[in-house]
Design a protein around this ligand. Sequence first.
Ligand SMILES: [Zn+2]
Length: 257
Amino acid sequence: MIEVTAVDAFEDNYIWIVRQKGNANVAIVDPGDEDPVLHYLHENALIPEAILITHHHRDHTGGIEGLLQHFQVPVYGPRLERIPHMTHPLGEGDKVVLAHAQLEFQVLDVPGHTKGHISYYGHDSLFCGDALFTAGCGRIFEGTPEQMHNSLTKFASLPDHSYIYCAHEYTLANLRFARIVEPDNTLISQRYQETAAANARGEGTVPALLSLEKATNPFLRSHINIVHAAAERFSQQKLDSDADVFATVRRWKDSLD
Ligand SMILES: [Zn+2]
């Protein structure tokens, strides 16, 4: 069983510390800042074996330099992006094997948010950076809506019991939008209530199961008739493909943010 701990950084970033239960060797995913990570490692007597980076944005990479001053570890990241101190450039089909930590991840190319964005999948857990969010998805900064749709479709094909470890706590705001797209979806309403209650208790809502995402995340539901119809109402035109529906729903949310 792996144990994944969130180290909070900045306003709403999650830095994930991944390890096998009882094993002191860990992987650090997307350290935007070194201080909270160093503090956590020290408190728990943990030894980093690798840093895993999903994409080049500063709030995911800003802590690399500071961590390397304390630990000489390899830095894995997307081969198509410039990542400070990257030692292992990765792309689709590559594997990350961490011998001491006994962790193994498959690499998925998931462009859209950035051009080279990758994700790490292993141990029923997906570390997806800013590609997929709980109840939402990342903004499309460098790729095309079509690329982003393909990336999300790739996530949707993973086993339903996969846990989604995204890099931000945006669930409530995302569900507010999901309710606009599908006002009659009771699972969305229910998830909204539960998320609001959790946040009121000061709790986060990441990770979430992929099965819940598929039932409530509008960006994974372009193929659903109700979402398709809602997107056509918003854009006031006929949409021919799931990718067009996705692009429209993404544009719709951008228009409200
Ligand atoms: Zn980002």
